[in-house]
Write a protein that binds this ligand. Structure first.
Ligand code: PMP
Length: 407
């Protein structure tokens, strides 16, 4: 059959791509976007914050003050490492997690996704090993795959990733001649599992990685969104030399501003700044200064605590609905963040069930998205952060129907 014009256009440069472009494929989350934006579908899919809870008037005031007083700076290029005033304010946010950083070691990025990309680019050659949780954040799996790294999923349970399993896997792969370069983890209210790394495992994990010279990438966008009490002290607060810490305004404020940050060990700070400058010259000055202004004029700790109680209500709605409509189905019960990791009844495949779920007007993310090796069929990620609490319940009731139809 003759090729369509569109197919011909797609083919035009197919022999010119770099080899690693082979590893860029539509993520399962992105593939869902068109579906979930239909208003009649309850989306338990994308990990979006509920920005309708923000005080728009405060953001408008910050915007107007910025335009009135500092527009010449806000509309200009800025330092490659990021705005100095905002970096100082970020230190205050990190201090809430017991982290004592310095503005010299802190760099602003275009969301923490960008920080992850820079770190992966600095450290991972083809075949190098990136150790990750089971399951792991889809965006990290995607980046590591693009770098042609070997993604090694490590045993993880309700206390988080196992330090013993990290040690065992590293030693095995080092003995095989592989280079184990980094361990990537989301220690608090993880995406997608909702699990938190226990106090006991934190120091052990640091010791295991230190002994083997493995860089720890601590990705912590959800740590301040706890429901009951704060999670254990950050890994970066325990060791400043081998932990590179990633934070973000996406979940505690707004992802539309695209501002994240990295607190780097001194050993890698300069390379990271050079990589940032090489990639983007400077992070978006306007967005950084808007956040800085916002943090100056409002009680941001109160705003974060409002987010906390909102998400707690939604988590409770999700757990209630699972008990009510899907009794006996196993799920994690996160103490913060956005996600539940649900085990499907025997024999049901999360990816195959998705079209049925969409017919029932609910969307979720299949578990396979969170593995680099095809595992995860029997799980789904349910994100409760964006719909109203009532719609979270409706969504889970519809999910129950989809499961019933798939039996
Ligand atoms: N890490 C984790 C664990 C995430 O869940 C996300 C967003 N879903 C990111 C990083 C990227 O966030 P951003 O680039 O918006 O800061």
């Amino acid at each position: 059959m003759a090729q369509s014009r569109l197919e011909q256009e797609f083919d035009l440069f197919k022999d010119s791509y770099a080899q690693r472009a082979e590893n860029l494929s539509v993520s399962e989350v992105r593939a869902l976007f068109a579906t979930v934006s239909r208003p009649e579908v309850v989306s338990l899919a994308g990990g979006m914050p509920d920005v309708s809870a923000l005080d728009n008037e405060l953001i408008r005031t910050a915007f107007e003050s910025l335009m009135k007083n500092r527009s010449q700076f806000a509309l200009q290029y800025g330092p490659g490492q990021g705005d100095a005033k905002l970096r100082g304010q970020i230190l205050e946010i990190m201090a809430l997690e017991g982290i004592q950083g310095t503005v010299e070691n802190l760099m602003i990025t275009t969301g923490s996704q960008h920080a992850l990309e820079l770190i992966a680019d600095l450290f991972l050659d083809q075949g190098d090993v990136a150790l990750v949780e089971s399951p792991s954040y889809v965006g990290a799996v995607g980046i590591f795959r693009h770098k042609e790294a070997h993604i090694e999923h490590i045993y993880t349970d309700s206390d988080g990733i196992s330090p013993e399993a990290v040690a065992e896997a590293s030693d095995r792969m080092i003995a095989d001649g592989k280079k184990v370069k980094l361990l990537y983890l989301v220690p608090n209210f993880a995406n997608p599992s909702g699990v938190t790394l226990s106090e006991e495992r934190r120091d052990k994990l640091i010791a295991v990685c230190k002994e083997r010279g493995i860089l720890i990438v601590e990705d912590n966008p959800y740590g301040l969104l706890y429901f009951d009490g704060a999670p254990p002290k950050a890994l970066r607060a325990r060791d400043a030399d081998i932990v590179v810490y990633l934070g973000s305004f996406s979940k505690i404020l707004s992802p539309g501003l695209r501002v994240g940050y990295v607190l780097a060990p001194p050993a890698i700070r300069e390379k990271l700044i050079l990589a940032n400058e090489s990639a983007i010259l400077s992070p978006a000055t306007f967005a950084q200064m808007l956040i800085s202004e916002y943090l100056s004029i409002c009680d941001w700790q109160k705003q974060i605590s409002e987010y906390r109680s909102l998400y707690k209500t939604k988590r409770d709605a999700a757990i209630w609905a699972l008990n009510e409509y899907l009794p006996g189905v196993e799920t994690t019960k996160p103490a913060g963040g956005f996600f539940l990791w649900v085990s499907l009844p025997e024999g049901i495949d999360g990816k195959q069930m998705l079209p049925i779920a969409v017919e029932e007007l609910v969307a979720y993310t299949p578990g396979t998205a969170f593995y680099g090796d095809g595992r995860g069929k029997e799980f789904i990620r349910v994100c409760f952060s964006h719909p109203t609490a009532e719609n979270v319940k409706v969504g889970i009731q519809r999910l129950a129907k989809a499961i019933e139809r798939s039996r």
